[in-house]
Design a protein around this ligand. Structure first.
Ligand SMILES: [Zn+2]
Length: 599
């Protein structure tokens, strides 16, 4: 879906950058500017400047700079579109919907309804915890060492002892049964409607924007057959494995690493102790989607799972998933304590900080865990050596490989030469896997080309080719930004390639010669029609040409990225998806650069 540039401009103009940044960073007036401590790097004296006049910000410490959209993208880790949506919502401007079909609208309606119900439910639980009925639950939380402030920050609540109250409350807020059925908070039967959560401390689960998408509940007293922790089922607003507990807070901290822990209480205890970069994977094994979320905010993770065998196994499973997203991983030791909560209660935050610094690189953690299973015989030892060699073979960087070979041969008494040989042998296997991956990416690209363009898109592609063929100076602007593969119409893509090749060879374009490259009369007619300059000269005057060109390039780029994103989603290729998001974020920058006339 394309958002016209005028609309983007209107959204930007309707928001004041000082207000937007001011809600996140404390700013003080200095002359015509505002200054504050930079949210993107650590500093004690302010070097972060915001200009109301120019609607720009710049940090003289780390060099980060931009406009209101760049700020939201960087600070909140939003995509360009998400940032635009947030600003549009603030200003009460309606953006065109991504998919305007009846079904899509209906689904959005349900999702919004569930979010609304969740928000009200969170308020209900929140008040219940602070009422007379919630005293036992509140005592439980304070006994576990949580401060009032922490309890408020995480919006903790209590589902009443007997249940039933939430349904009445939400009905009184005007929410329909149709929506309430889909929230997963109730069971509807002939006998009536029952709250699923009762007599539990409630943990609202929020998405990256801080919207309540689900709940976790911890039971207050032992009830036969009742699970200790109960989570909301999946709904239209909540897909398990796509969210992390504490993420909406952790993403704002901009620390150089993320702490990955197991559950609600660990996350909360860590935040309370000042480690506000902690997230938890919500009662499931870490998923690639969750790893991708983490990669959006940091490329370094310290795993702080429970010290028991289950925790070690969970860490071993999480390591490759994180590494696959380009994240470097280390594992934290909390001996003699079981988890972060217990550790900090006994030894304090400073000791915990030391453990973070001493956290073991994932490779050595894996090697050590493996080594614990080695028995005192040659077979077992050889099996271990092979497994280690195989692991080293999969490391891309040759220097890193060599460092590991040195370290491991010493630590586990393995002959270095033999280890090196074995690593090289397994290296072949690693190469093959890499090759298979690249081939897969090529297939995705081929499929991408086959997607049928919609009408407006086709027009944009034709305009792009025509402008390029007739205005040589535009070639320099488009070079490096768009390629033939970004055009979805096969004919436009082919013409683009021809035009680019000719310019690339330093030659002039003669339309007739290009037309003559095609044998088929029908194709010749089509080519001539596309390349004919009146196509755009009738629409745009000489002065408007640069702006029109910028729009067309951005449109083609956006469409290409979106098509690839759809494929990456279908293929569950989170890595590609992240790359595409980074490209998408840069689009407004590209647009601005294109607008600068070179005449
Ligand atoms: Zn800075």
């Amino acid at each position: 879906m394309y958002i016209p540039n005028e609309l983007v401009d209107r959204v930007i103009e309707s928001n004041d950058i000082v207000d937007i940044i001011g809600t996140n960073v404390q700013l003080a007036r200095r002359g015509t500017n505002y200054v504050g401590l930079c949210p993107f790097h650590n500093e004690k004296t302010p070097s972060f400047f915001v200009s109301r006049e120019r609607q720009m910000y710049k940090c003289f410490g780390c060099g980060k700079a931009g406009g209101v959209i760049t700020f939201l993208c960087e600070y909140e880790n939003l995509t360009f579109r998400e940032a635009l949506k947030e600003l549009a919502d603030r200003a009460g401007i309606k953006l065109p919907e991504e998919d305007d079909s009846v079904q899509a609208r209906q689904e959005r309606k349900v999702k919004d309804g569930i979010l609304e119900a969740n928000k009200e439910a969170a308020t209900y639980y929140f008040r219940m915890l602070r009422s007379d009925k919630g005293q036992q639950a509140l005592k439980y939380l304070t006994d576990r060492g949580l401060s009032r402030e922490t309890i408020n920050n995480f919006g903790l609540g209590f589902a009443g002892r007997s249940g039933g109250g939430l349904y009445e409350y939400l009905k009184s807020k005007g929410l329909s049964d149709e929506i309430l059925k889909q929230t997963g908070l109730f069971s509807f039967s002939e006998k009536g409607v029952f709250d699923k959560f009762w007599n539990r401390v409630m943990f609202p689960i929020m998405d990256s924007r801080g919207k309540v998408i689900a709940f976790g509940g911890r039971i207050m007293s032992e009830v036969k057959d009742a699970p200790k922790y109960l989570n909301s089922p999946e709904t239209k607003a909540f897909v398990k494995g796509r969210n992390l507990y504490g993420y909406h807070l952790a993403k704002r901290t901009h620390k150089d690493h993320v702490l990955l822990c197991e559950g609600y209480m660990d996350t909360i205890a860590l935040h309370q102790a000042g480690f506000d970069n902690a997230v938890a994977s919500l009662g499931t094994a870490l998923t690639p989607d969750q790893a991708m979320l983490i990669a959006r905010i940091s490329k370094k993770v310290v795993i702080t799972y429970d010290q028991d065998q289950a925790g070690r196994n969970a860490a071993l499973r999480a390591i490759p998933i994180l590494k696959d997203k380009g994240i470097s991983v280390s594992v934290l030791e909390m001996t003699p304590y079981k988890d972060p909560d217990e550790f900090i209660k006994n030894l304090g935050a400073d000791e915990y900080r030391k453990r973070i610094e001493a956290a073991k690189e994932a490779f050595f953690f894996e090697a050590e865990t493996l080594h614990q299973t080695v028995e005192d015989n040659v077979d077992s030892k050889t099996g271990f050596d092979h497994e280690i060699a195989r692991k080293i073979a999969f490391i891309d960087d040759p220097l890193e490989r060599s460092n590991y070979i040195n370290a491991v041969s010493k630590k586990y008494d393995i002959d270095k030469k033999a280890l090196l040989e074995t690593v090289n042998k397994y290296g072949l296997e690693a190469e093959n896997i890499k090759l298979a991956r690249e081939t897969h990416e090529m297939v995705v690209q081929q499929r991408n080309k086959m997607i049928k363009p919609e009408e407006g898109q086709l027009l944009a592609e034709k305009l792009l080719v025509s402008m390029l063929a007739n205005e040589k100076r535009l070639f320099a602007k488009a070079k490096g930004l768009v390629g033939a593969a970004d055009l979805s119409d096969p004919m436009c893509s082919r013409l683009f390639e021809i035009v680019f090749d000719l310019y690339g060879d330093g030659r002039e374009i003669e339309l007739a010669k290009i037309v003559n490259r095609f044998d088929d009369a029908e194709e010749q007619r089509e080519v001539a029609e596309i390349l004919e300059p009146s196509m755009y000269r009738e629409k745009y005057g000489e002065k408007e040409l640069d702006a029109a060109f910028a729009d067309v390039v951005v449109r083609v780029m956006t469409n290409s990225i979106e098509a690839k994103m759809a494929l990456a989603t279908a293929d569950k290729d989170a890595e590609a998806f992240t790359d595409l998001m980074t490209r998408m974020k840069k689009i407004d920058e590209v647009h601005r650069k294109l607008l600068v006339s070179d005449r």
